[in-house]
Design a protein around this ligand. Structure first.
Ligand SMILES: [Zn+2]
Length: 245
């Protein structure tokens, strides 16, 4: 998909390069300063999300939405009623302790089953495997490459499910919330900040290397632009128009 679509391997995530702040930027188009989410775990005392996500915007525009996540802390981004279906893993990723415990395929199979029945307009699918393997074995490590291969296999399930459903005008955006080095991530250094950003599907330029800089908040802006919505004017994310014909 990276070869066939429009791709950069040097997109940048936000500071801090941590799961919850970065996903908030991915789905709102805002910087951390703007959305205020600096914590990387969730507890009730943090209150509810103040920023508007692309999923809230889609819902208020009467589009159907679905979320399949491999980490339960991402529930923070999808408050009750803001998405048609939200599914979190059966097992807690914090229990991860071996190369054979992967959940990308489970997440993908749930997503495919729902997609084939309902064909939601906007779907978020999160694979936790590479991050979990990174924390346990290191960035990069043979075990992490094995985890990435699992994600790739899960993505193949997802893509063939979408194709089977006949949704021929679909667009996939494949990216990451952060990189890492050693057993951790979270600081402003290239190993943590650099992420892939791949877009593939209907209307996307084929075999194009993106030359303009891409940042994680551009994800929400690109989705909004594809659907014809306007994000708030203060968003730092901008549509990656270069990716389209
Ligand atoms: Zn992590």
């Amino acid at each position: 998909m990276a070869r066939e679509g429009a791709t950069t391997w040097s997109a940048q995530t936000i500071v801090p390069p941590l799961t919850l702040p970065a996903h908030t930027s991915m789905l709102t188009g805002l910087s951390a300063e703007q959305h205020g989410v600096y914590w990387n775990y969730w507890m009730p005392a943090f209150g509810t999300l103040r920023a508007q996500t692309i999923f809230m915007l889609a819902k208020s525009n009467a589009l159907s939405t679905a979320v399949f996540s491999g980490k339960d802390k991402l529930a923070y981004l999808f408050p009750t009623g803001s998405v048609d279906i939200v599914s979190f893993p059966l097992t807690d990723p914090r229990d991860f302790s071996g190369t054979n415990v992967f959940s990308a395929r489970d997440v993908a199979m749930q997503a495919v089953k729902y997609f084939e029945q309902r064909k939601p307009h906007l779907t978020f699918v999160h694979f936790p495997d590479a991050d979990m393997a990174g924390h346990f074995y290191g960035w990069p490590s043979p075990e992490q490459y094995a985890a990435l291969a699992e994600c790739d296999a899960a993505l193949a399930l997802l893509r063939s499910g979408v194709e089977r459903s006949g949704a021929t005008n679909s667009v996939f955006i494949l990216t990451a919330d952060h990189g890492g080095d050693g057993l951790a991530h979270g600081v402003d250094r290239p190993q943590d900040m650099t992420i892939p950003w791949i877009i593939w599907g209907a209307g996307v330029r084929r075999g194009h290397s993106l030359t303009n800089p891409v940042t994680l908040p551009d994800t929400a802006a690109t989705i909004a632009w594809l659907f014809g919505f306007a994000l708030p004017t203060n968003t730092v994310g901008k549509p990656v128009r270069e990716a389209f014909q």
